[in-house]
Structure formats: C-alpha cells, structure tokens
Design a protein around this ligand. Structure first.
Ligand SMILES: NC(=O)c1ccc[n+]([C@@H]2O[C@H](COP(=O)([O-])OP(=O)(O)OC[C@H]3O[C@@H](n4cnc5c(N)ncnc54)[C@H](OP(=O)(O)O)[C@@H]3O)[C@@H](O)[C@H]2O)c1
Length: 354
C-alpha cells in the first residue's frame, strides 16, 4: 500500500526535493503520545528561510529526517486523531508548526492555550516553535497564511516604536512585496509623519506601488535615487548583504538603525565587506514573543482588525491539494518566482487530492 506523501529536501541542495512516504496512520501510539492529522498548512518565503537557516537556527531538528535530508516546518492547522496523553483529546484542532505531510506524532504536555510538544528532539528550540494553540472553530485560510508573518510585523512595529526610532523619520524596507514587509509598512503608516520607502524587484514595483502602503517604492536598481530628508532606519527582509551595505553607504550618517529580519534573497552572493554605519541587529521573532507574552496577543488582535481588509485586497488565497502541487509551489518559492499577491495553502489530507 502506498503511504501518504511528505516533502523532503536535501539540506545541502535545497533545489533537490522529493515526495516520500511520510509518517503513516498509527495504531501503536505509546503512553504519552498523540497523533495529529495535518489538515492544511501555509507556504511563503518564510518557509524557505527555515530551510536556509535549518542548521544555524535548529529548524531541521523540529521534524527529524534521514541523514542529509530535511523536513521543512510550516504553520498549519492539525486535528487530534488519537491520544494516549491526558493533555489532548481526540477531535481537538490546533495551530502550530507541522511537517509538509499528513500525520505528526507529538508528546503533548498541557499548556494554558493548548499544548507543548515535549519530544526530546525539540529540546533547546524556542518554546514558540513547540507550542500548539487550540483553535476550535477557526478556519480562515488568510489568517493561517498571515498569522506568523503579520505577527512578526506587529513585533517589528513595537520594537521600532519603543526605541523612538532613534529620531528616524523614514523607514526603508527591502523585499517590499513580501507579506511581512508590507504588514509592517501598513502599521508604520499609522504613525504620521513617519515615511516609508519600499525596495523591490523591478518586475514587482508596480504591484507594490498599487498596494498603496508605502510612501515611495523603488526598484533595487534605482538605489542611487534613495534620498531621505532626515534620519532613517533600515528593515531588511531580503538578506542580500551587498544590498544592505549599499543602502548603508547611500544613507551615510542619516542611517541610525539597521535591522535584519529575513533572507528572501537567499541565493545572493556572500558579501564579506562590513557595512559602514550602525551595526546591523538580527531580529528573531520567537525571542521577542517570549519576552512580551500576553501583551502581544492583545496587540495582535487589535492590529489584525485594521489589517484584515488590507490583506483581503492585497492577497488572494490559493488552496491546492496533493504532493505535485506542493512541489510546484515549493520550487516557485525557492526560485523567487511565486506571485506575491498569492497566499498559498496546501492540503495533503487523504482524500483531498484528485
Ligand atoms: N526573523 C524572523 O523572525 C522572521 C519572521 C517572519 C518572517 N521573516 C522573514 O521575512 C521575509 C518575508 O517573508 P514572507 O513569508 O512575508 O515572504 P513572501 O510574502 O512570500 O515574500 C515574497 C517576496 O520575497 C522576495 N523573494 C522571495 N523568494 C525569493 C527568492 N528566491 N529570490 C529573490 N527574492 C525572493 C520577493 O520580493 P522582492 O522582489 O520584493 O524582493 C517576493 O515577492 C522572509 O525572509 C522571512 O523569513 C523573518
């Protein structure tokens, strides 16, 4: 009997991926274990970052694979199929990190809003990555795609505002077409007279401009046109260190803060020359989430009310089923060919594909 498909990629060659038989439906759960059915999961450039940083940030440890291969985590909804743990009951629905497959065995320990997977291979990872939140009734695909991304936008807005932006009147954002970047641009616009300038690929410039979320939008090849009236901060989502250095050089003394958030341009050449000006700070959302706890949940809920209609205009959800479609989307994301106007949601649930 053919098993259920799951995506795995070569850790040292991310373009090399294949569908393999994933974890099967189990009837041999040990005491303390539970098995979840992955209903669906979202995909964006953020998942490519998880793969690129798989070793450095421990993402490969979330779902162990055969040596040399990795199972990339994705944010998804999952339902408890069977449980031999007092922390979970059958039928409960959860939101959290899942493998790009169908079934997931966890070692649940009760948590105020759901459970934590205490599986030994997760030891030492950020607790945010092992938490599963109870989401009974929640079914919104747009929220599934945007929750971790807009959550990061909300955190960045907090981090920037708290320090009073160090006097910056302009925020420059790279990979301006990414959901996390334009979520932040939307939040920053609510703080006039702050100005935002978005940098993006030439082919995406018109689309980003049409979002109406940035005060100005420039293509990467127009970096020499970058000019700000006073002080500026850079929030980098592209991860292209040469680009970061050129922004630092172009802004000179006007640049007061530089924050590195993402690695969408993961194929960019390494750049060994350090950038002049402020030392870039690495931003890691899970650390900020742990630090802020409940305050963040309330902040997110109120920010989402304003952002939901913006997201509805900017992003259409495409839900696909089956392993072949998963591979197609993964390759598009890896190559930078995915349409930023689309939010991808994939289901490999048995019976969901034709
Ligand atoms: N540090 C953290 O804790 C944290 C948390 C959440 C997200 N992030 C990061 O934020 C970034 C945005 O994530 P997202 O999920 O919001 O992205 P997304 O919406 O999928 O972004 C799509 C855009 O990213 C750029 N891009 C994607 N893949 C590329 C490739 N292979 N080559 C060149 N450009 C590529 C392109 O933008 P342009 O043409 O405009 O460059 C593309 O339009 C990611 O790097 C993600 O990891 C970091």
């Amino acid at each position: 009997m053919r098993g259920v498909p799951e995506l795995r990629v070569r850790r040292d060659e991310l373009a090399s991926c294949e569908l393999v038989d994933g974890e099967p439906l189990r009837d041999d759960l040990a005491e303390g274990e539970a098995q979840l059915l992955v209903e669906r999961f979202a995909l964006s450039a953020n998942n490519i970052t998880y793969a690129v940083m798989g070793d450095a940030m421990g993402y490969w440890r979330m779902f162990p694979a055969t040596p040399g291969w990795g199972r990339i985590p994705a944010w998804g909804y999952a339902r408890v199929l069977a449980s031999r743990s007092p922390a979970l009951t059958e039928g409960q629905r959860m939101f959290g990190l899942v493998p790009m497959g169908t079934y997931l065995t966890v070692h649940p320990v009760a948590h105020s809003r759901g459970f934590v997977d205490a599986a030994p291979h997760r030891a030492g990872l950020s607790p945010v990555y092992s938490q599963y939140l109870s989401v009974d009734g929640e079914d919104d695909d747009a929220a599934l795609v945007l929750r971790p991304l807009f959550g990061t936008s909300v955190l960045l807005d907090l981090v920037l505002s708290e320090a009073g932006l160090r006097g910056a009147g302009t925020v420059v954002l790279t990979s301006a077409s990414s959901k996390t970047a334009y979520g932040l641009a939307h939040l920053l616009r609510r703080q006039p007279p702050l100005q935002t300038i978005g940098f993006t690929s030439a082919a995406r410039r018109a689309w980003v401009e049409g979002l109406g979320l940035y005060d100005a939008v420039l293509a990467y090849d127009r970096l020499s046109d970058l000019d700000v009236p006073g002080r500026a901060a850079l929030v980098d989502f592209a991860g292209d260190r040469a680009l970061v250095r050129r922004v630092h050089e172009q802004l000179g003394d006007a640049l007061v803060r530089s924050i590195l958030v993402g690695f969408t341009h993961w194929q960019a050449e390494a750049d060994k020359e350090p950038a002049p000006g402020p030392v870039p700070e690495f931003f890691f959302a899970p650390d900020e989430m742990v630090r802020r706890g409940r305050e963040l949940g309330q902040r997110y809920a109120s920010a989402w009310k304003h952002f939901a209609p913006v997201a509805e205009r900017a992003m259409r959800v495409e839900r696909v089923t089956g392993g072949d479609e998963l591979v197609r989307i993964y390759r598009d994301l890896l190559d930078g060919d995915a349409d930023p106007a689309v939010g991808h949601v994939v289901s490999l649930e048995p019976g969901s594909s034709t």
